[in-house]
Write a protein that binds this ligand. Structure first.
Ligand code: PCA
Length: 197
């Protein structure tokens, strides 16, 4: 049983990405059931890197994280959309505008993470949480779509996979963000254990 958790490096005006801090914190726990990785904010390499991780580790669940600096809650993303449409250039200087992520592929994919359980668990520890229907059209949506598309097209649609946007640390402190994500990870660990049993 393995859970893959990813965050993102800094980009644009985000000089310190809380999603990277969260995965580094979880990585330091040295839990053999958890693989953590920080992804580049780069359309050309982020998706390939993620797919390589999925194929190498064959995780039983995938939790993708990124920051949405203007939000004020832990945002549970419901849907990945088949579009790249960058508002600002990525870290390699590319601003991909209005292009499909995958040709001849669905316009969207639902998250397959247990979002309702996540919502309850985060609310229970009194940290602001909400559902979101749209992860934007930048790198966060990109990796969310790429991961779900890869699982769907390689007979692994049943692997829980999805995306959570965290807010800036001004809105919710890093400690609380870690607590919220840890609560979600605990749910995934429990569910994976049940499947293994
Ligand atoms: N947030 C950006 C990309 C990397 C990150 O942490 C986004 O919302 O797409």
């Amino acid at each position: 049983m393995k859970i893959l958790i990813t965050g993102f490096e800094p980009f644009g005006t985000v000089s310190d990405n809380p999603s990277q801090r969260i995965v580094e914190h979880i990585g330091k726990q040295n839990n053999p059931a958890i693989i953590t990785q920080t992804l580049p904010v780069d359309y050309a390499t982020a998706g390939e890197k993620l797919i390589h991780l999925i194929d190498t580790h064959q995780p039983s669940a995938i939790l993708l994280l990124g920051v949405a600096a203007k939000r004020e809650t832990i945002a549970l993303e419901r849907i990945a959309v088949n579009i790249n449409d960058a508002r600002i250039p990525d870290n390699a200087g590319n601003a991909v505008k209005g292009e499909k992520i995958a040709e001849n592929a669905p316009v969207g994919y639902w998250s397959t993470l247990p979002l309702d359980s996540f919502h309850t668990a985060v609310a229970e520890v009194d940290i602001p949480v909400s559902y979101s229907n749209h992860a934007g059209a930048y790198l966060c949506n990109h990796v969310f779509y790429r991961a779900r598309h890869h699982l769907e097209t390689t007979n692994r649609a049943d692997v829980p996979c999805g995306f959570i946007h965290v807010p800036s640390i001004e809105a919710v402190s890093l400690d609380e963000q870690i607590q919220a994500i840890q609560a979600c990870v605990n749910i995934l660990l429990k569910e994976s254990l049940l499947q293994d049993a």
